[in-house]
Design a protein around this ligand. Structure first.
Ligand code: ZN
Length: 211
């Protein structure tokens, strides 16, 4: 079973992906993680990706797909995998579809983790991170014992720039421009014949937010 996860940044895709992976005994493959692994291990693809990153450029979709394919060809993926973080755009979906098609493969399911923007914004703005050890907390769901003080090391906990409402809103805007159209294509593919669609997906889950 090959699954892709869709949903806004901060919607909790990673958490859901891990739960699904655990339930079906298949690996959870996060694009961020495999980039880090390839770079750490100094693989050929990792070195290539690092060159782009060092120059502050985006890694081209073709290279990302190569790194992904390299990962999904491993033995532990023979029964499937949950892909988290890719594709995010229509061109990325096309590159992935083509690459999988060449090896006679395709994605079986697309899961959309749908959470209203306002819930994402309020949830992110409740996050707190420790300046000392990096532990993370949440004012409501996982508070520190003493307000503003890290349980593990006693340092101050702060709201990271990344979690501030303004930053989150900007990321959501990009998501709605780029990823949302991809989701519409995937959703509509349920109602059209194979030859007319970009992506075939057998099932479409609409998941409720989990808090
Ligand atoms: Zn700490």
């Amino acid at each position: 079973m090959k699954i892709i996860m869709l949903g806004a940044p901060g919607a909790g895709k990673g958490t859901q992906a891990k739960m699904i992976a655990h339930k079906y005994g298949i690996p959870h493959i996060s694009t961020g993680d495999i980039f880090r692994t390839n770079i750490k291990e100094g693989t050929k693809l990792g070195k290539e990706a690092k060159e782009y990153m060092d120059q502050g450029r985006l890694v081209p979709d073709e290279l990302t797909v190569k790194i992904l394919l390299d990962r999904v060809e491993k033995e532990d993926c023979k029964n499937g995998y949950v892909l988290d973080g890719f594709p995010r755009t229509i061109p990325q979906a096309e590159v992935l579809t083509d690459a999988l098609g060449k090896v006679g493969d395709k994605i079986d399911y697309a899961i959309n983790v749908e959470v209203p923007d306002k819930n994402i914004i309020s949830r992110m703005s409740g996050r707190r991170a420790c300046l000392g050890c990096g532990s993370t907390y949440h004012l409501e769901y996982n508070p520190t014992k003493k307000e503003g003080i890290c349980d593990s090391c006693g340092s101050e906990t702060v709201l990271r720039d990344d979690d501030k409402a303004e930053t989150v809103k900007k990321r959501l805007l990009v998501y709605h421009e780029q990823t949302h159209p991809l989701m519409i294509i995937i959703r509509s593919s349920l109602f059209y014949t194979r030859s007319t669609v970009l992506w075939i997906c057998k099932m479409y889950f609409r998941q409720l937010p989990i808090y």
